[in-house]
Design a protein. Structure first.
Length: 262
């Protein structure tokens, strides 16, 4: 009986210690990431010379590599809030099932056309994986985006992730989109063609608009997914770039999301 009591006592000591160690590990990771992230901000307004711009690029590369390393080696990070980083404008979007997360930040390398970089983190079996989606500010035809939300869509025993992303091209130009992902055979697939329209199959939906025309609105129009009806709602934009209160709808018809009349 005494031996049993001693065992219970030791277990009670061990469990809080383990939780404390995990908390400390997460805290240490956040402190290191925050120090690296702050270097981007330090070089943000210092791009007068090529050397200073290279320093800003290096600061972004350093943060991306550290974030990729930690999110791959420490599975607990997929559930961490990283409050200090979020306060400093790191954007974190996590799927409701906790299997997929995107970390996004503005690299400050794009000028008026903002260049965003992303680190994808996802669970594949008993492993946690991560990958860097490099920002390319030189590609005018393919702007980069920051992910703000992730919806989960399940059909036929398969899970898809609908990521909502936002881009800023200039003072009068912005865009929002939806991109389809899935995790398959240990890999994150970002080219899942689940959307069908008159031009064929696609893995994305996008619309462009003038941000100045919605600046006065308290509630900004946004793409959203309604789980009850399996329908994607995309704001309708006029020819002048003004977002209206109407929506274009894409409903899942058994194999694809297809446009339907309201």
């Amino acid at each position: 009986m005494k031996a049993f009591n001693v065992l219970v006592f030791l277990l009670c000591l061990f469990i809080p210690f383990s939780l404390f160690a995990q908390t400390q590990t997460a805290k240490d990771i956040e402190v290191d990431l925050y120090r690296s992230f702050r270097k981007i901000d330090n070089w943000r307004d210092r791009q007068d010379t090529l050397a200073e711009r290279d320093s800003l690029q290096n600061a972004n590369d350093d943060f991306a590599q550290r974030l990729k390393k930690y999110t791959a080696e420490y599975p607990v990070t997929i559930g961490e809030k990283f409050g200090t980083l979020v306060y400093d404008h790191l954007v974190i979007a996590t799927s409701p099932d906790g299997m997929f997360r995107v970390y996004s930040w503005d690299t400050s390398l794009g000028g008026s056309k903002h260049a965003y970089e992303n680190v994808y983190q996802y669970k594949a079996g008993d492993k946690t994986m991560s990958a860097i989606k490099q920002a390319d500010s030189s590609d005018a035809d393919h702007p980069t985006y920051s992910f703000s939300n992730i919806y989960t869509f399940k059909v036929n025993d398969k899970t898809y992730y609908l990521g909502i992303c936002n881009g800023l091209y200039s003072i009068r130009g912005a865009g929002q989109g939806l991109q389809v992902f899935t995790i398959e055979n240990g890999n994150l697939l970002d080219n899942v063609k689940l959307i069908k329209n008159s031009k064929g199959l696609h893995n994305q939906l996008f619309y462009d608009y003038d941000p100045a025309l919605i600046a006065h609105l308290k509630i900004k129009p946004s793409i959203y997914f309604d789980e009850a009806s399996n329908t994607i709602f995309v704001p309708l934009v006029n020819l002048d770039g003004k977002v209206t209160e109407k929506y274009i709808t894409y409903k899942f018809t058994g194999q694809y999301f297809e446009r339907v009349k309201n």
